[in-house]
Design a binder for this molecule. Structure first.
Ligand SMILES: Cc1cc2nc3c(=O)[nH]c(=O)nc-3n(C[C@H](O)[C@H](O)[C@H](O)COP(=O)(O)O)c2cc1C
Length: 418
């Protein structure tokens, strides 16, 4: 037997943690409240900086999105968005205000990290990423998890920041190949990652596998390959599996085999602290296995695991680059722009549904994209169904403790609310 998660500890940057990391879930699905709970309980919680300007508008009364929309009013009906850029000072302020507000509320022995996706290229990939990373460090973040990209040059962007060697930097990879690329980039600034998250094919969000081949990979194999590679290179870096770790026993098995912690997310999507709207939480709880797909609709070009009935599918919303534009590359292109342009109109001149892509910015902002881990259909086994057919939500503490103490794949049900 491999014991329970609580038999193990993660040692990172001189601190000791319960080896449970709640993964970043973009556009405020992993809210400050969720991250702070994981931290209070001795683990690590992630916030995410996806669409940080919009978050700052909602949380701090800023008007960044409105100002950007007004500035680019002239490109609204054009498909050439090459002039649509973020104001870097606004990006900095949004990030700083958000991170600082979370860090000020921090309690307990754990930590709060931030998930930073490279694929959010924001019209000027290097400049905006540099500002996002520096502002998070300025505001006191304890760790930065680099995700959704190879991040070959990301560390170099902030190598002269005073906190560059004291903040924990981690990378999410899905193969040894991707890890080697990141390590080569880090070597140029003499910086190894402090931890490596190995995300397998069952994870939620964007995947490092295609919609056709994800079945052919197994997280346990990739973790074993990464552990063997690091050992062969004499690199002592914590390895953290993610994707489909559903029970405490799943987690303890990885820990017994040499992992240092696990990163989990899907089980927290049905907690009170999670930022999804309640209609989405209930949809996740009601999901059956056949409702889950790995889709190619994301305008990032990465496969995305989601529920087939997500409201974003088949939408014909006009591209929202002026208010948002988070997926625009340096030339002002985005896969949704191309798909929108190529979609015709009906006999009355109305735009037909765009079926092959979604405007990620618009639909993530509206929480219309029900991204989830493969095991979303097992969530119903973790709680009670009410008489009206809805399900009882959980507290983040309940789910965290269940991972920490569960034995033999048992899942503790919550106290029943009558
Ligand atoms: C709703 C949801 C949103 C996610 N969003 C992101 C994200 O914005 N960035 C990222 O790097 N990973 C994202 N992920 C992946 C998680 O951080 C995590 O690594 C993974 O889902 C763990 O697998 P599990 O969900 O099976 O526990 C997301 C996962 C879910 C379920």
């Amino acid at each position: 037997m491999n014991g329970i998660v609580d038999d193990y500890r993660l040692n990172l940057g001189g601190s000791e943690y319960v080896p449970i990391i709640v993964g970043g879930m973009g556009v405020d699905i992993s809210t400050a409240e969720l991250a702070l709970e994981a931290c209070r309980l001795g683990g690590i919680g992630h916030i995410s900086d996806a669409m940080s300007m919009r978050l700052a508008d909602q949380k701090f009364g800023e008007k960044f999105t409105k100002k950007k929309t007004a500035r680019y009013i002239d490109t609204k009906d054009l498909m050439d968005k090459s002039t649509v850029k973020f104001d870097l000072e606004h990006v900095r302020r949004a990030q700083y205000e958000f991170v600082e507000s979370v860090m000020m509320r921090k309690q307990g022995p754990g930590s709060v990290f931030i998930n930073v996706m490279e694929k959010l290229t924001m019209g000027a990939p290097a400049d905006t990423l540099r500002v996002r990373l520096s502002a998070a460090m300025d505001a006191g973040i304890e760790g930065i998890t680099l995700s959704a990209g190879l991040h070959m040059h990301s560390l170099r962007l902030v190598a002269d920041h005073p906190r560059f060697r004291d903040v924990n930097f981690g990378i999410i990879v899905s193969s040894v190949r991707a890890l080697k690329i990141f390590l080569r980039g880090g070597a140029r600034v003499d910086r190894l990652p402090d931890y490596v998250i190995v995300e397998g094919p069952l994870a939620g969000g964007h995947l490092g596998f295609s919609s056709e081949d994800w079945h052919e990979y197994r997280l346990e194999d990739i973790v074993a390959e990464v552990l063997a590679f690091l050992k062969a290179e004499s690199l002592d870096i914590p390895v953290i599996p993610a994707g489909g770790v559903f029970t405490g026993t799943d987690a303890a098995t990885y820990l017994a085999e040499g992992a240092s912690a696990v990163q989990v997310a899907t089980r927290f999507t049905i907690t009170e602290e999670c930022g999804l709207p309640s209609r989405a939480k209930q949809r996740y709880l009601a999901a059956q296995e056949e409702d889950v797909c790995v889709s190619e609709v994301s305008s990032t070009g990465y496969p995305l695991r989601m529920l087939r009935e997500s409201p974003c599918l088949g939408s014909n919303v006009a591209p929202q680059c002026e208010p948002f534009g988070y997926v625009l590359d340096k030339d002002g292109t985005c896969l949704y722009l191309d798909a929108y342009e190529a979609t015709g109109v009906d006999a009355n001149g109305n735009k037909l549904p765009v079926n092959d892509r979604i405007c990620l910015c618009y639909h993530f902002a509206k929480m219309n994209c029900y991204t989830c881990g493969h095991y979303v259909y097992r969530l119903k086994d973790t709680t009670y169904q009410n008489e009206d057919g809805s399900y009882q939500l959980l507290s983040a503490e309940h789910v965290f403790r269940d991972y920490q103490y569960s034995r033999e794949h048992a899942i503790a049900l919550p106290g029943r609310l009558l």
